[in-house]
Design a protein around this ligand. Sequence first.
Ligand SMILES: *Cc1c(COP(=O)(O)O)cnc(C)c1O
Length: 500
Amino acid sequence: MQYHSTRDNSISVSSAQAIKQGLSSEGGLFVPESFPEVTLDEIENLAEMSYHERAYFVLSKFLTDFSEEDLKNCIASAYTREKFGTDAIAPMYKLNDKVYFLELWHGPTCAFKDMALQILPHFLTTSMRMTNENEEIIILVATSGDTGKAALEGFRDVNGTRIIVFYPDNGVSEIQKLQMVTQRGNNVSVAAVNGNFDDAQSGVKKIFTDTVYKELLDKNGFKLSSANSINWGRLVPQIVYYFSAYADLLASKEISIGDEINVVVPTGNFGNILAAYYAKKMGLPIRKFICASNENNVLTDFIKTGVYDKNRRFHTTISPSMDILISSNLERFLYDLSGRNDRIVSGFMSKLSEDGEYEVSADIRTAMQKLFDADCCDDKETMAAIRATYEESGYVMDTHTAVAKSVYDKYTARTGDTTKTVIASTASPFKFNQSVLIALEDYNAVAGKNEFELLEMLEKKSGMKCPASLSELKDRTPIFDTVVEKEQMENTVSDFLKVE
Ligand SMILES: *Cc1c(COP(=O)(O)O)cnc(C)c1O
């Protein structure tokens, strides 16, 4: 299986090369040359398999240059019971006869980014070895909170890699900061940047584009890389859990083989929902994809009208991981919808960077609307969904999952569709404890309480156990206390790597 670029079909690389490179040199994203087909018989067989076996089944169809042993090692290192607290890795929760939550947040940082960031480091080191590079990989991350921690956990103690995370000193929540500054691992470093997220991000970009510095690193056997969400190595592991969800529904006799299901995904960068779409292309019986957004509803408008327009106010919401105006993985979807037309995709993307908007053709719009539905909700509706679901069933959702549930309820009211539906649940409610508690109680109930008091309150209210990775933070001593000026970030990297 070779990979092409969404902006240049003539580019053709192996999966190891695509993963190592991340982004194609002309700015396009790597996509598989075709989608391997899976039969219903094969899907039926998945019902009896473990998550590891299901992962091998799906991943081996895309990473065809990886040996069986290498791929199995990647899977076994990433998805352990120790890290996920359950052999199911991505367990399903049945809300009622129509609705199931696919819980993607049992990993070490309590959010769905772990599903990809736990395995990406192993894909990367394997890809380096396969392409005969023996440099050590240096991962640089600028984070507004969640991705940094998930990347730290993914890369910690992975041989052949080191990771440095920069976060804005005053731009992350107290618990996010604690999660990062107490990070363990023999190959990690964390530093605060005196500034906001943009300062941290532009500092990292500057290091990536500094050719003199790159030479210096090269000379010392280091290769800079990023862990961002457009890497094929982050997308492909997400296809697995849609097959796994379907297999679980089969195993528990909620559906029969061949039955179509709907999928609802709380969407930001369009990676998670694109993975579900790819699963359907391979043959997984999915009827509708319901794309759920918060008040940053660029995608809702796009799917309804065919016009992508990022020229709008940015909203800070209680589902911050979806506060996004440019959904970078949409590019892969457009490539597919346009019949793999690299010229058309390049045109959209340059129009987006020049004018902040583009409009797709009627053909593309019609093809998209056949499979995709979209809607959005505001913070009030998100809170109402958390409360209503709790009152109905005792199940407590986080704010991102609640956006999906709210949009799903609107969808069924509008369409009367009674198809069994899987809602992607993307974070533990403990991670967004304050908003969840305000939804379940009220503002007064949380006033003046610190993070750890809130975690305890939520334990009592939900009857769920707070993930140890969050409650343990209380007793951890910070390891990283460096605060650097944004001009000093390169020096911080040099100090960590001991190069000069
Ligand atoms: C990243 C994230 C999302 C959005 O996923 P995309 O793949 O970017 O669409 C939703 N919920 C949570 C909790 C996330 O961390």
